[in-house]
Write a protein that binds this ligand. Structure first.
Ligand code: 5AD
Ligand code: SF4
Length: 477
């Protein structure tokens, strides 16, 4: 899932690694069937955005739209956008130019913008540049059939209203571009944290949690379809909370994890993303109690320095974060931890940057997603602080971070040589169809030679013989 090529922009993130991937479900009705319209969708950004595209596909399917890989032959081109960094927005702009040309060649093709860029750029794209026919924000996808209908009549349509309630709980996502083994389940939407660098609270609105029974039902349904791993998604899963309106009974994230883990011992459960301020010991004990809850926590630190963390409004300091890592080590000794790191945040000094480096070393992250700071319009930081670290300095600091993390990842992986792991086989390895690839509980990609009788979706015991900074290489035992 992750592509660990260090670049100046940072290691490719789960979002960027998947950028530009075209979502398509193989066994849908063919798009040549008469009377059906075709849509083409590209998704950018985080896993949540990819998960949203599966909800969009389900809503479109209901009104007779089928997906196509071929944008030239589609009636509707959709792009699900991300605003997290400037670069993500630039990529979308380039794609819009390509779609504009298709529209010229095939008048009548509609183009729609979905997702996080919708609110901010609706005026410019819809009214000024007239690049698109539809602009639909992340909480307005149920309105797509109406908006498409009106756009077919030649109107330019927009709905970017954010909701306090929408969780799409009742919509059964159409799994797109799937390996048939692993799937994502959104358990909450929005974010109330207000980290000063982050645009998400503005693009995705207030935090709301989904009914836990609908989450469990979705997991059970996936298991029945032979999926073997679900990842529970939210901007801050540790603040998941739900109260049963009939009984008043409360469900927190640890409760939800346990409920999903009980669907089947053969169904692995992962989750992302955890927030250091909210990740409590109850979650860690629940992880320790269930073999099928994977021993892996993505716990973004962002900076290793307490003053910078304060400016970032992360609401924890270095000592608090270290205490959380120590709790993980004590309660789940075999747990891997990964991080998100931002280099060159406003006013960051060289000494403060060194604190981030020493945190990477101390926390012993299995891997990190690393970025340099990119000011986002409307955020707290954009309003309050000057973006005063020169670009060369940001990039140099980021490179130092990447270099250190790559070395720490290699060390982390080499420490696994000689160990045996349970690996969920996801499919052929990227390099050879003679090898399978899958993940261990710690979320490390493991590659090993195939054996007759084993298939994707099976669990295999694999002894590790060798390691790179990104992959473990092993053999079946
Ligand atoms: N600049 C750089 N990186 C950012 N992130 C979020 N906002 C910004 C920004 N303005 C990073 C954070 C977050 C991850 C998803 O993206 O590290 O955890
Ligand atoms: Fe996901 Fe944030 Fe990008 Fe929106 S802005 S797609 S929530 S990463």
């Amino acid at each position: 899932m992750y592509d660990n090529n260090p670049t100046l922009e940072g290691l490719k993130t789960m979002d960027e690694a998947r950028q530009g991937s075209v979502l398509f479900k193989e066994h849908w009705q063919t798009s040549d069937a008469p009377g059906l319209k075709r849509f083409y969708i590209e998704s950018y950004g985080c896993q949540m955005n990819f998960s949203d595209s599966e909800i969009v596909a389900s809503i479109l399917n209901e009104v007779g739209y089928v997906p196509t890989r071929n944008m030239e032959q589609s009636d509707l081109i959709l792009i699900n956008t991300c605003s997290i960094r400037e670069k993500a927005e630039e990529t979308v702009r380039k794609r819009l130019r390509v779609f504009e040309n298709i529209k010229k060649e095939r008048p009548g093709t509609m183009v729609g913008i979905l997702g996080c860029m919708a609110e901010r750029l609706k005026k410019q794209w819809l009214e000024e540049e007239k690049l698109v026919d539809l602009v639909v924000g992340p909480d307005a996808y149920r309105d797509l059939p109406n908006l498409i209908g009106a756009a077919e009549d030649g109107n330019r349509m927009v709905n970017v209203i954010l909701s306090r309630e929408e969780t799409y709980a009742d919509i059964s996502p159409v799994r797109l571009n799937t390996n048939g083994i692993t799937a994502f389940i959104s358990i909450m939407r929005g974010c109330d944290n207000m980290c000063s660098f982050c645009v998400v609270p503005f693009t995705r609105g207030r935090e709301r949690s989904r009914d836990p029974f609908s989450v469990v039902a979705e997991a059970a349904d996936l298991f029945a379809q032979n999926y073997r791993e679900v990842t529970l998604l939210g901007q801050n899963v540790d603040s998941y909370k739900w109260e049963n309106p009939d009984t008043g009974e409360k469900t927190d994230f640890a409760d939800l994890l346990a409920m999903v883990a009980q669907v089947s011992p053969l169904l692995r459960v992962r989750f992302s993303t955890s927030h250091p301020k909210d990740m409590d010991d109850k979650v860690l004990h629940t992880m320790a109690q269930h073999h099928n809850i994977c021993k892996y926590i993505h716990l973004p630190v962002q900076s290793g320095n307490s003053r910078v963390l304060e400016l970032m409004n992360r609401t924890y300091d270095r000592a608090w974060y270290m205490n959380r890592i120590e709790a993980i080590r004590q309660i789940i000794p075999d747990c891997a931890v990964s991080s998100d790191i931002i280099a060159g945040f406003c006013t960051e000094t060289e000494e403060e940057h060194q604190d981030t480096l020493s945190m990477i070393e101390w926390a012993n992250y299995s891997m990190s997603y690393m970025f340099f700071y990119s000011e986002r319009p409307g955020t707290l930081a954009a309003r309050k602080y000057a973006d005063d670290i020169p670009e060369e300095v940001k990039k140099r600091r980021l490179n130092e971070i990447i270099r250190l993390q790559t070395a720490v990842s290699l060390r982390h992986n080499q420490a696994d040589i000689g160990k045996t792991f349970e690996v969920l086989i996801e499919g052929d390895s990227r390099k050879s169809d003679q090898d399978f690839a899958g993940r261990n509980s710690q979320n490390k990609m493991v590659v090993f030679p195939k054996r007759e009788g084993l298939r994707p979706g099976d669990y295999a015991q694999v002894r590790i013989k060798d390691a790179t900074s990104a992959t473990l290489l092993g053999e079946l035992v």
